[in-house]
Design a protein around this ligand. Sequence first.
Ligand SMILES: Nc1ncnc2c1ncn2[C@@H]1O[C@H](COP(=O)(O)OP(=O)(O)OP(=O)(O)O)[C@@H](O)[C@H]1O
Length: 120
Amino acid sequence: MLGIKNSINKNIKSYGYALKGIYMLFEENNFRIQLLAATIAISLGFRLGITADHWLIIIACIGVVLMAEAGNTALEKLCDHLHPQQHEVIGKVKDLSAGAVLIVAFAAAIIGTMVFWQYF
Ligand SMILES: Nc1ncnc2c1ncn2[C@@H]1O[C@H](COP(=O)(O)OP(=O)(O)OP(=O)(O)O)[C@@H](O)[C@H]1O
């Protein structure tokens, strides 16, 4: 019984740390821009009355883009902490990570356009 209680407490703590991470993301300019784009897409979804299938696609796109941005931010912070000085490899790691975000954001923009296009 105590084991289950400890396990639940540990879980709740973990969610707290995760929420702290999400809160930190709000300080990032790129994250705020992506959140604005997500808000516009969700508002458009309600306004156009899109189908449940289309909601799944839009929500999945938003989730993947925000997750990629969170990963990119975490990697940038780790790079800056491990190697605050300029280094070629650090630059490459940051560019690759930013590139990953750009790839999913671009794909999400295309998918979003294809979905919403059908309602106009
Ligand atoms: N320590 C470093 N060594 C070499 N190049 C770096 C280093 N730090 C940053 N850069 C280069 O500068 C670019 C911008 O880095 P920066 O850390 O400012 O990220 P950013 O994309 O501006 O993100 P943010 O504005 O969220 O901090 C990187 O993509 C990389 O090319």
